[in-house]
Ligand binder design. Structure first.
Ligand code: FES
Ligand SMILES: [Fe+2]
Length: 344
């Protein structure tokens, strides 16, 4: 017996490719995302640029040996310089007949929230929406955790995002930390999806120290590459801690992704105490995301799962996610044997 398994195309969306602090002016990095080779560099005046990796002259990879020259990048092979618009503006030897219309592919870049994002579109179309500013990324009253979650998973980006619609898995997979769902609502606003829920919570140490017994989360999803959890940790209905968990996952190809989560805590009493708590919360969060990642690494996507009424948010998510695929993109289906004991 064979079962149809869907392989999703890469959804059209903004995705994180680097943190701003990790790319100084003049720095060049090779990237491998979206099943493509890319080069990321920062010009001398500080603009982050992403190009197709391979030089349009004779194919050298600009991310390996390329150097920033002013507002452009110089290829390591014959020294052609591509300006930040992707146009060749310098050939460092006598030449005639160079075609000035030849350009290297340039990707959209947005730099905000301490992060460099690019926009992937399967047909190369320009973005139709912008990533929003998250105030917690701009210091002031927020303390960032030093720890973060980062690892590659063998899973499509859609299935990773679907995890947050799947509230039924919270109590089993994450059962050690979360209790029952107290309330839940879902808002779909075009390309933004907001899921608001409250849970009973049992976080050892923090619950004990601060009497926290409720975890109220507003989960916002921006495209398929970013979700932000605005979490209020409450003691008997009163907010004690304001925590942010921001996940920015990036497709490596259709079936693999880089999963990444960072967290921030609003200043509580003073910075050392805030730092202590945020690191504790982050450690727990990383343990929980790692449980998800274990499932993501090995799961398959089932098109018509037998869902209970309470699991309706999964189907709502699957409807909403259609916004992020081009009309022309039909997911591939492959056959997958379901019987054991036979490799035929
Ligand atoms: S391959 Fe880049 S300059 Fe020749
Ligand atoms: Fe989960």
């Amino acid at each position: 017996m064979n079962r149809n398994i869907r392989i999703h195309p890469i959804p059209n969306s903004w995705y994180r490719v680097c943190f701003s602090k990790d790319l100084r002016p003049g720095e060049v990095k090779p990237l491998r995302y979206f099943n493509k080779d890319l080069v990321l560099f920062r010009t001398e005046t500080g603009e982050a640029c992403i190009f197709d990796a391979h030089c349009r002259h004779l194919g050298a990879h600009l991310g390996h040996g390329g150097e920033v020259k002013g507002e452009g990048i110089q290829c390591p092979y014959h020294g052609w310089i591509w300006d930040k618009g992707g146009q060749c503006n310098h050939v460092p030897y006598p030449h005639t007949g160079c075609n000035p219309t030849v350009k290297i592919g340039k990707w959209p870049v947005a730099e905000l929230n301490g992060t460099i994002f690019t926009y992937y579109h399967s047909e190369g179309k320009a973005p139709t929406w912008e990533m929003p500013v998250f105030p917690e990324f701009y210091g002031g009253e927020w303390v960032s955790a030093i720890q973060m979650y980062k690892r590659n998973v063998k899973c499509s980006i859609q299935e990773i995002a679907e995890n947050n619609s799947d509230t039924a898995h919270f109590s089993h997979l994450h059962g050690a930390r979360f209790g029952k769902v107290l309330s839940e609502s879902l808002e779909l606003d075009g390309l933004q999806r907001t899921h608001i829920a409250s849970y009973e919570v049992r976080i050892p140490v923090i619950s004990k120290l601060l009497g926290i017994n409720e975890f109220h989360t507003t989960y916002q999803q921006y495209g398929l590459g970013c979700n932000r959890n605005l979490v209020s940790l409450k003691a008997n209905g009163k907010t004690v801690l304001e925590w942010r968990l921001v996940c920015m996952h990036t497709p490596i190809d259709k079936e693999n992704a880089e999963a990444l989560c960072v967290t921030k805590l609003k200043k509580f009493i003073n910075v050392p105490i805030t730092r202590f708590i945020v690191e504790l919360l982050t450690k727990k969060a990383c343990e929980e995301v790692d449980k998800d990642a274990m499932v993501w690494d090995h799961k398959i996507f089932l098109e018509n799962p037998p869902l209970y009424k309470e699991e309706h948010s999964i189907n709502q998510f699957r409807e909403w996610v259609k916004h992020f695929y081009s009309d022309s993109e039909q997911p591939e289906k492959i056959s997958f044997p379901t019987t054991s004991g036979s490799n035929n």
